[in-house]
Design a protein. Structure first.
Lengths: 270, 746
């Protein structure tokens, strides 16, 4: 009885909170589906339904190519990070070698660097190796991330050591420990960190803009930005573009969230 | 292991697509022995209203040029207005510039000796044909550094509908004196008395915006004299400021005019028709004619008396050519730039509503009365102080004008102080930095070598754990520590002319002498202290509530709370800006309908930073929530079951089991939250741009502007290093404190 009351209260509170956090998103959707004319009239008439903005965007031609580029970049980075970050996290969590903690602290320090300061020297470095203006220039610098390593290690530290020892007695190699025990058990955090990475890279703007020159390599966020005028912002188009780029994210999130739930149940059983 | 197979397929897919991409790129590179010319351009006008391609004109013209010169292949790079200039600057300073780039006279690049003067390629005929003002705009120390393409400027616009309904006559011949101007505004005010949020005039002072300077200069003052002295504290200029303060007292302009942005005023004037008179760029004519349908007129800025000329600000844009060892390439680039800006092609500027720079183009606006009037007005115009340090001067000047108008500074002392700061910039002549930056330092190189040596060593050591760590460490070493060490060493370099090189602490002294940086430090600290705990707490509470649910409701809430996190920060911030708008925003509409006074969310200097923090707090708790949820899955259910047996309620269970067991996660989130909050940047950049005054400056904003706007990499790196050390110290303290607590709990 009491439990039901609590869950009802939480549902009400959570719904109220949703209005706050989803407000901007709803506004984005409404603007995206409003015709240009209704948006520029005084006062703007929101909610006059129209697909005009989307038709214009999809007629711009290269939008699919840009989306494909974004997808390639974001998925390549996500896959690379999942592999490299989890490997490193496992090494830091289980391994016992000299200087482990100090090396870890150095990696943490990398998180404390504002990305803006590294931009110019990194660009120089990429240019020297002839990597500018290719998708590699966007992928390579993000293939491993200190934040991901930190996050996954934090989770792996909570996996009981006894499991390791038992497996070692059964003759498992260290790599098997990683691939058969730690990797599957860390699925919830790996999924979480994969979603993070994918969304961040999908929305990334400044670095792809700086390093890509040919239109055929533009990512979605850079490409959409070439459609904007200097002064009079076209909010309808902007929001439609944002909606289009958010849709794949929503789909991917829904796919991954099932995966996370699965991992969580397993986590609860152990 | 179905998922594994999916991953494998994905991975192969990626590799195939890349191979394909690289192969085509190589094929393109090999099949070509043509001379390739690189041109970068910004999005321009739409040739066809149904398409969104803002590059169709230049693409067509490039094809025409390629037909005339079959040996040439032109590569066009499409820039974006948003941060496009940063891309250009990074390319230029790193030596990866195109052959041709667009813009106003590139003073910074000229100082770095990157631009080829066009004098050699300019015939006497051309010289006579160009308007003198246009050529002068590209003249630096006797040489001309670009092909002038189009001219624009800032104009005063009148909403004729409002004037007519208020029964106010338009200024005769578009000219008015200050007293006539004020008189007409007073009449408009009477007419608007019963209309909330309507004003006779709207003004704004914002970085890079010169539109309203003519009001300050109405009594004959100027900001910087021709010989480069600050003149803002001269009596004529002070009189101009006091007159604007008088307009505020008379309620002819909003009380928070000091905090208004160009966007606010454009929305109020052009979109919502709530302002009678406003200063906007030339682009406004086209927007008001075609999209926002208004009956308007462009007029002169008011002058002290009818004999004086008005001072609209004009600007000239053109195409400039970068230096290249290959003289033939330079020659072809010059020809292309000249071709794109020739009289025939300038006729197409009609669609851009900018003025041609060559007399031979003829009067392309004969049929447009607004443009013809604008042309006459701009004839009397003036330009900003032509110096590569103008952006710094401008930032300081506009911030202090904002503060004076908002009542934060007294007029006279405020301007005197501004003068002191500006004279400090003017006395500091920085030397060239390009060549120095292109060479990476010995320290940085050794980091790269260490990364690679570590890789080899780990492989040789046959320690499985080390080998597992090494790919990530090598990647981070190469792509983060190597460039970082390069950047940070600049903090100790001296770039004054004549004494390049050598270790110095001067950059740090300069950083702390700048009131903007000191303010930025405080703001960043306050932001972190408030936003991080708030965010972590909301994430914990929401995650706990969601975790307690079952089935579909659980999945729904988890997805719904995470969803807003998928939209880009740019879009979310834009919505926030709209909601914070003083006159039309959602918050003030609600407040006024409840009978409260409207709040200047982003225009009041004592509130603006709180608004920034609100936008940092009310957002999707996404990431942190998911991490909490993942961690809660690891809490053994047996603990809760035994608590149930003891008869503990949900809140008790939460407080005594969930919260303490999530300690590690909370520490993790607090630390990572602090690290990213201390680097807050995007919201400030998009919501307030550091203003009004200097009230919302943050550290990374200073780091960013001094590097990519001013090319002052020494100062920028010094500030970044200070931030880096601060983050490190705060994180260590945090870690220590939470560890102590954990021991106590145990």
């Amino acid at each position: 009885m009491k439990h039901k009351l609590y869950s009802k209260i939480s549902i009400i509170l959570l719904s109220l909170g949703l209005i706050l956090t989803c407000g901007p998103l709803i506004f984005m959707l409404i603007t995206a589906f409003t015709s240009q004319e209704a948006l520029t009239s005084t006062p703007p008439r929101y909610g006059v339904f129209s697909l005009e903005n989307f038709k214009m965007l999809l007629g711009a031609g290269h939008i699919l190519r840009w989306a494909l580029n974004s997808f390639l970049v974001a998925s390549a980075i996500t896959i690379a990070q999942t592999v490299f970050n989890s490997l490193a996290a496992f090494g830091f969590s289980v391994g016992k070698f000299k200087g482990r903690e100090s090396l870890f602290m150095v990696l943490l320090a990398a998180m404390m660097v504002p990305g803006q300061i590294v931009m110019l020297p990194l660009f120089l470095f990429m240019a020297k190796w002839g990597l500018v203006d290719s998708l590699w220039s966007v992928i390579l610098p993000s293939m491993a991330a200190p934040f991901g390593i930190y996050m996954i290690r934090q989770y792996m530290d909570s996996i009981p050591v006894q499991m390791c020892e038992a497996a070692r007695i059964d003759g498992a190699s260290e790599f098997q420990l990683y691939s058969d025990i730690y990797f599957p058990l860390s699925k919830p955090i790996l999924a979480t960190s994969a979603i993070f990475t994918f969304i961040t890279e999908w929305n990334a703007f400044l670095w792809p803009l700086v390093t890509l020159n040919s239109e055929k390599y533009y990512t979605l966020s850079v490409g959409l930005s070439t459609l904007q005028d200097q002064q009079a912002m076209d909010y309808g188009l902007l929001m439609a573009g944002a909606t289009l780029s958010a849709v794949p994210m929503v789909i991917i999130f829904l796919f991954f969230s099932k995966y996370m739930l699965e991992g969580m149940r397993k986590g609860a059983i152990q | 292991m179905n998922k594994k197979r999916i991953c494998l397929v994905l991975f192969i897919l990626v590799i195939i697509l890349f191979k394909y991409g690289i192969a085509t790129a190589l094929a393109e590179a090999c099949n070509d022995d043509k001379i390739s010319i690189k041109i970068w351009d910004f999005p321009r006008w739409l040739e066809n209203e149904k398409s969104l391609d803002r590059f169709s004109w230049i693409s067509r013209k490039i094809k025409e040029f390629e037909q005339l010169h079959p040996e040439v292949k032109v590569e066009l790079t499409r820039l974006t207005w948003q941060r496009g200039y940063e891309k250009l600057k990074i390319a230029a300073i790193s030596g990866n510039y195109p052959d041709i780039a667009p813009g106003t006279v590139p003073l910074l690049f000229i100082k770095e000796d990157l631009i080829e003067p066009i004098d050699e390629y300019l015939t006497d005929e051309d010289k006579k044909d160009y308007f003198q003002g246009a050529l002068n705009a590209f003249k630096v120390k006797g040489k001309i550094y670009g092909w002038p393409w189009y001219m624009g400027g800032q104009l005063l616009y009148i909403n004729k509908e409002i004037f007519a309904s208020a029964g106010v006559e338009l200024p005769t011949n578009g000219r008015w004196t200050i007293s006539e101007f004020e008189e007409k505004l007073q009449k408009l005010k009477k007419y608007m008395a019963d209309k909330p949020a309507n004003f006779p005039l709207g003004i704004y002072f914002q970085k890079d915006e010169t539109a309203n300077f003519p009001f300050l200069q109405a009594f004959g003052g100027e900001i910087i004299t021709e010989d480069g002295k600050f003149a803002g504290s001269n009596p004529e200029f002070i009189k101009g400021i006091e007159w604007i303060k008088h307009l505020i007292d008379e309620k002819l302009i909003p009380a928070d005019s000091g905090g208004k942005t160009a966007n606010d005023i454009w929305t109020a004037f052009g979109v919502n028709h709530r302002i009678g008179v406003a200063a906007i760029g030339l682009w406004g004519i086209k927007a008001l004619e075609s999209k926002f349908k208004m009956d308007f007129q462009v007029v002169h800025f008011p002058t002290e008396d009818s004999s004086k000329t008005s001072h609209s600000y004009i600007g000239t844009s053109g195409l400039y050519v970068f230096k290249n060892k290959d003289k033939n390439r330079v020659k072809l680039a010059m020809e292309l730039a000249k071709f794109l800006t020739n009289a025939e092609n300038q006729k197409d500027l009609v669609k851009y509503t900018q003025f041609p720079t060559r007399a031979a183009t003829g009067n392309i606006y004969a049929s447009n009365p607004h443009m013809s009037a604008a042309w006459k007005i701009l004839q009397e115009g003036c330009s900003v102080f032509p110096d590569s340090r103008w952006p710094q001067i401008d930032e300081e000047f506009e911030a202090n004008i904002q503060r004076i108008l908002l009542g934060e500074l007294p007029v006279k002392e405020g301007m005197e102080k501004t003068g002191e700061n500006i004279n400090r910039f003017l006395s500091l002549e920085n030397g060239s930095i390009c060549n120095d930056i292109r060479e990476s330092s010995l320290f940085a190189k050794s980091i790269a070598i260490i990364s690679i040596l570590a890789f080899i060593f780990a492989l040789a050591s046959r320690q499985t754990h080390l080998i597992m760590i090494i790919p990530a460490v090598t990647l981070i070493g190469l792509f983060l520590f190597y460039p970082l060490s390069d950047a940070l060493l600049l903090a100790f370099r001296n770039y004054k002319i004549g004494e390049v090189g050598g270790a110095t602490l001067e950059n740090f002294i300069r950083a702390f002498n700048d009131p903007k940086f000191v303010k930025a430090c405080w703001n960043t600290l306050i932001y972190t202290l408030i936003v991080v705990p708030a965010n972590t707490l909301t994430a914990l509470v929401i995650a706990s509530m969601i975790y307690g649910m079952k089935g579909k409701i659980k999945s729904f809430f988890r997805a719904a709370y995470y969803l807003p996190g998928v939209a880009s920060v740019v879009v979310l911030t834009m919505v926030w800006r709209y909601m914070f708008n003083t006159e039309l925003g959602l918050f003030n509409t609600v407040l006024t309908s409840l009978g409260f006074e409207p709040v200047g969310w982003l225009t009041n200097p004592s509130i603006a930073f709180w608004s920034v923090m609100i936008s940092g707090i009310i957002k999707s708790p996404g990431g942190a929530m998911l991490i909490y949820l993942a961690a809660m899955g690891n809490i053994p259910t047996s603990l809760y079951e035994s608590a149930d047996l003891d008869g503990a309620g949900p809140i008790k269970k939460w407080w005594y089991i969930t919260v303490p067991l999530l300690k590690n996660t909370t520490t993790f989130l607090l630390i990572t939250g602090t690290i990213s909050a201390l680097q807050v940047f995007a919201q400030v950049m998009m919501l307030t741009d550091g203003g009004p005054g200097i009230s919302t400056q943050v550290v990374v904003y200073r780091v960013y502007t001094s590097a990519f706007r001013d090319f002052d990499f020494g100062l920028s790196s010094a500030m970044a290093l200070i931030l880096f050390i601060a983050i490190m110290v705060i994180t260590l303290i945090q870690k220590k404190l939470t560890n102590q607590e954990a021991e106590y709990l145990a």
